[in-house]
Structures are given as C-alpha cells and as structure tokens.
Ligand binder design. Structure first.
Ligand SMILES: [Zn+2]
Length: 266
C-alpha cells in the first residue's frame, strides 16, 4: 500500500482536505481537519506496523489505519466519487486522493510533531523484517507469555505486522497448533515459527499483499488477487497441501483460525 501511494502523493501539496465522516478522524472537527491539512506538502510516505504515515511539511504526520475495509484511491478531476468516500484530499496536480471505507473502522490521526509519537505507535513491536526483530527477541517474547500462539502473534506490541491471515499461515508453515500456549513451545520449534513469519510476510509482499494494489492504474481501484496464495486460510474442508487431511476451522479468540489437524496436531 505504501509503495503504491508513494509515487502518487510524494511532493504533492494538499490544496484542501475534506472529512466527510467524523468518526474517521475522531480527534478533529471537520473544520479543524480541513484547516490543519490545507496547503501542506506531502514530503513522503512511511509505515510503522499497519499504520500508514503521511509525512507532511512542518514535521507533522497523518497516521492512517485501514482496519478492515479502508482503502485509498487516486482519482482524476473527471472521475466520479466512489461510494463511502469518507475523506477527500485535493492535490495540486488536479488529482484527488480518496479514502474509502465501507465498514467505517478505518482511522486517521494528525500527529503534530513526528519526533513525539503517540503511545499507539511507540508501543509497537520491532518490524518483523528488520534486524531488530531477532530470533532472541522472538524466543524471549514467547517464553514470557502463557497466551496461545495465535493470540500472541496478533498482539502488535509483541509481534508486529501479522493479521489473522498471516498468523494462520505462519503457524501452518511451521506445523504448530494455533492454540498451543506460547511458553510451551520448544526452542527449535520457536525458531521454525520465527522463520515462517518472515517467509510468509515476504511472500505476501511479493504477491502484492492480500490485495493487488495499483493506485495509478485506471481509476486507481484495487483488484483482488485472481488466485489465493494462502495455504490454509479460508480452505476449510479442502485437503491439506502437505498430507491431504481436511483443513479445519475453529473460532479462537473471536477470530477464524484454520489449521491442519494432522500437520499441526500439537
Ligand atoms: Zn496436513
């Protein structure tokens, strides 16, 4: 997503910013949203965990979390506004960057000083593909938790960047039962899981994430990937790619969890 946004917005000036749905940016009134973003140049786009960070002139950041259905579209002046266009940025190249969000869980937050990040960002675990996310860090984190591995992997303050799909996939790849308590996993299996997490994230990035994203193509819509590259996610009842056993679905911690009852027996 960030890679798709960068070439479209970097260097552009925001001529006007319209907040059409108050809850998308709950800390600001619509008037304040427009006033505080107007005339600022976007100097870059960064990311921390699942937060997209628009870097703005004067050291400000606009942090965006897409949650379930949030997405950005890049529209020309002639394109009609799509449904659920909750935020519209009018850019100085006559394009509009539009934030659409059918389910309305997505959030934006203006951070006035990029050198003083709010706790929701500073509390995040190290980036999983960075050098900081070491095997030692991961093993130590697991040994301190009695929660299930599935729940621990989704806690962004412990392991960053995995959502439900990638947590399920990493556990399958490492052949570990999702409900196993984190501190009961042997070191050798924990190392396998560490490798699996990094492999799954690299594969996902190469495949264009869970959605194929090309903001600059046509009207800048998203396209669902034509083929699912997931090994177990949403494959309930289908044969396991390793052993042929039917994939099972359970609800664990309120989320659908898919696993092979044979490969991931314990
Ligand atoms: Zn299997």
């Amino acid at each position: 997503m960030v890679r798709a946004l960068r070439p479209i917005v970097t260097g552009r000036r925001i001529l006007a910013a319209e907040l059409n749905l108050k809850r998308t940016a709950p800390e600001l009134s619509r008037a304040a949203f427009g006033r505080q973003l107007r005339n600022l140049r976007i100097t870059g786009v960064g990311r921390r965990g699942k937060y997209i960070l628009f870097e703005l002139e004067s050291g400000r950041l606009l942090a965006t979390h897409l949650r379930m259905t949030g997405k950005f579209l890049s529209l020309t002046a002639d394109d009609a506004l799509p449904p659920y266009a909750h935020v519209v940025f009018y850019l100085d190249d006559e394009r509009r960057l539009v934030f659409c969000d059918m389910r309305q869980f997505g959030r934006m937050r203006l951070i006035r000083d990029a050198s003083r990040l709010p706790k929701e960002l500073t509390a995040l675990a190290p980036e999983p593909l960075s050098d900081e996310f070491t095997e030692e860090y991961f093993l130590e984190t697991l040994s301190r938790s009695r929660r299930s591995l599935k729940q621990l992997l989704l806690d962004q303050t412990r392991v960053l960047g995995l959502g439900n799909i990638y947590a399920v996939e990493a556990l399958f790849l490492a052949r570990i039962n999702p409900t196993k308590p984190a501190n009961r996993l042997s070191k050798s299996r924990a190392r396998k899981l560490y490798q699996a997490i990094r492999q799954i994230l690299r594969e996902a990035i190469d495949a264009g994430s869970t959605l194929r994203i090309d903001l600059a193509d046509g009207n800048g819509s998203y396209f669902e990937t034509p083929e699912r590259f997931w090994r177990v996610y949403e494959r309930e009842g289908e044969p396991c790619v390793n052993c042929g056993t039917r994939i099972r679905r359970i609800v664990h911690g309120g989320r659908s969890t898919y696993y092979c009852p044979r490969c991931q027996r314990n």
